[in-house]
Design a protein around this ligand. Structure first.
Ligand code: ZN
Ligand code: ZN
Length: 579
């Protein structure tokens, strides 16, 4: 099926188009209908994407709902067979392939992977209720009435959740307990105060109180159900968090639509790690006298490199100047991209650097918040958590990691020319399908590719400090792939995992243990960075070779981004078509 999709796409390039308008119009109408039907069956996911039509609904995660979702995917796949790719525009042809993958993937998740059986953290009602309070998608009273209707279903939701589970993993059960317990905060007195001061009638307010109490009881019951289950799972009743080779290969194909197999990607990552270590040692030796004077060189290359990172980490901004430092970096990065003609920038869509709002804090020091595909002209924010209110040791340890060099790489990755620039271009493709069902390898890969592209263009003045720091940062993507494959398809233990990332990845204890947790809770996702990076880099090199002196980095980058977040292997085919 997947191979067929690729062939169809390719054949389409060489056949003359005949009356394409009708087929495109028909396809456009189909996309609108199919997405609406899709969201109707997933009202919570729809809300998260900014599609509010079903904001008053709540899905019940039971067998009937899953059967409906499978039937919907089957119907959609049959309908897609009815379109002739040769008569579709380039944009629509990519959308066709993405939709096909999405529905095949839905089917696979529901019937083969069956994560709904063993990931109790999938069941949590708090997030959508919290979003309904915070998002002004309708007048406040309307939103409260939507919540009132949805609240009625919460007890049935958790009954279905409990009935769906069989042999969950210990790791996911632990996080489900934590997250559902935290979710109780959404249904606190703060919510009831909002209800009391609203325009709801007295009987609605009374009903609200009753339903909130019932919802709280249902969540508490789910938490204690999981807490009782956990010791039994720990004694061997639980499913292993390792999904094994077969499922991993299938999930890899659906989630990333990579041009590589798992084994190919893994072997490349091992080789890349060795190459990076060689170059890091070289740079560490060059930097040694500058920072270490006459101190003797360690015999062990990993100790040598780590010692240099230890001194580099002392060069960093202050907690008080942190947000302003990032703000200034954005100006410098934007100017650099323009002056070096690296990619088209859109002055009408400026990036706003802001202090991260309180409720979002605690997960990362800085991240990009981009407008949802249904609301593409909303502002993009680069949220930065101020450090001046942190305990000094905490701020210091963060700044040692995000020192003068690393912080620049972070802003390149998140903002310019990374995620923010990619997003501005992706939203211009006006394809909801690409925005909604884009390939994570294209998205993360672009950000990782952007880091290298900037340094290749001379950003950082070719300073060995900058390159060495980039190598550590890049090594993180490479090691993500290595450990994800080894954890999920092999038997890599926690101890070996952590010591590997510390010694060969130069990571801190905290970073390595956080990564272990992530590697036991997700699969394949950690491959996206390195996979996308090498696929995009290979495509650029092929284009350079193909076009010779006609090649321009800016033209390549801008054209690449014009296809939204389509998988790189399809972008390759589309790029080769006559314009
Ligand atoms: Zn310091
Ligand atoms: Zn990223």
């Amino acid at each position: 099926m997947r191979l067929l999709a690729a062939i169809l796409l390719f054949v389409a390039a060489v056949v003359t188009q005949a009356s394409p308008t009708d087929e495109n119009a028909r396809f456009g109408a189909f996309v609108e209908t199919v997405l609406d039907g899709y969201w109707k069956l997933r009202p919570e996911d729809a809300f998260a994407e900014g599609y509010y039509k079903y904001a008053d609904r709540m899905s019940i995660p039971d067998a009937a709902t899953r059967a409906e979702q499978v039937a919907f995917a089957d119907d959609a796949l049959r309908s897609l067979e009815g379109f002739d790719p040769r008569r579709l525009s380039v944009e629509n042809r990519v959308d066709l392939v993405l939709l096909r993958n999405e529905f095949e993937s839905d089917r696979w998740y529901l019937t083969v992977f069956r994560d709904w059986e063993w990931q109790p953290s999938q069941y949590n009602v708090a997030d959508t209720f919290a979003r309904q309070l915070d998002t002004e998608y309708a007048p406040a009273d309307t939103r409260l009435r939507h919540m009132l209707g949805r609240l009625e279903r919460v007890p049935a939701y958790y009954v279905a959740a409990k009935a769906s589970l069989s042999r969950p993993t210990v790791e996911d059960t632990a996080i489900a307990i934590e997250q559902n317990r935290n979710g109780l905060e959404v249904f606190d007195e703060g919510l009831m105060r909002k209800v009391q001061s609203s325009g709801l009638t007295d009987s609605e307010k009374a009903l609200f109180a009753v339903r909130v109490a019932a919802a709280r009881a249902a969540i508490a019951d789910y938490v204690s159900f999981l807490a009782d289950l956990k010791p039994k799972l720990e004694q061997g009743g639980g499913r292993s968090f390792r999904i094994g080779k077969e499922l991993y290969a299938q999930k890899f194909a659906y989630d990333l639509q990579s041009g590589f197999t798992v084994t190919e990607l893994y072997d490349k990552a091992r080789a890349e790690k060795a190459a990076l270590h060689d170059r890091m040692e070289l740079l560490a030796r060059i930097l040694w006298p500058k920072y270490m004077g006459a101190a003797p060189l360690p015999d062990d290359r990993f100790e040598l490199i780590r010692a240099v990172f230890d001194v580099l980490s002392k060069h960093h901004t202050t907690p008080a100047r942190y947000v302003e430092t990032v703000r200034q970096q954005i100006v410098v990065l934007e100017q650099f991209v323009r002056e070096h003609d690296l990619v088209e920038m859109d002055p009408s869509r400026p990036l706003v650097v802001r202090e991260m709002p309180g409720y979002m804090r605690g997960f990362s020091g800085a991240h990009l918040v981009s407008p949802g595909p249904y609301d593409p002209t909303a502002k993009a924010f680069y949220d930065v958590t101020p450090l001046d209110r942190d305990a000094p040791e905490r701020a210091e340890s963060y700044l040692r990691e995000y020192n003068d060099w690393m912080l620049q790489l972070l802003s390149i990755h998140e903002a310019i020319p990374g995620h923010y620039v990619q997003d501005v271009h992706a939203n211009k493709s006006k394809s909801l399908v690409k925005a909604l069902f884009g390939d994570p390898a294209t998205i993360e890969g672009w950000a990782v590719y952007g880091e290298r592209m900037m340094l290749d263009a001379g950003y950082g003045g070719n300073a060995p400090e900058m390159w060495l720091t980039w190598m550590k940062w890049n090594l993180r993507s490479v090691c993500n792939t290595i450990v994800d494959v080894e954890v999920q398809t092999g038997d890599l233990t926690r101890d070996r995992f952590v010591s590997f990332l510390k010694r060969e990845g130069f990571q801190s204890e905290a970073e390595a243990t956080d990564k272990w947790r992530r590697a036991t809770l997700s699969q394949v996702q950690l491959d996206a960075y390195y996979d996308g990076y090498i696929e995009i880099t290979a495509l650029r090199d092929e284009e350079k070779h193909r076009l010779g002196k006609d090649f321009s980095v800016k033209a390549f980058n801008t054209r690449f981004l014009s296809y939204g977040s389509a998988p790189v292997r399809y972008i390759r085919e589309l790029m080769r078509e006559p314009q």
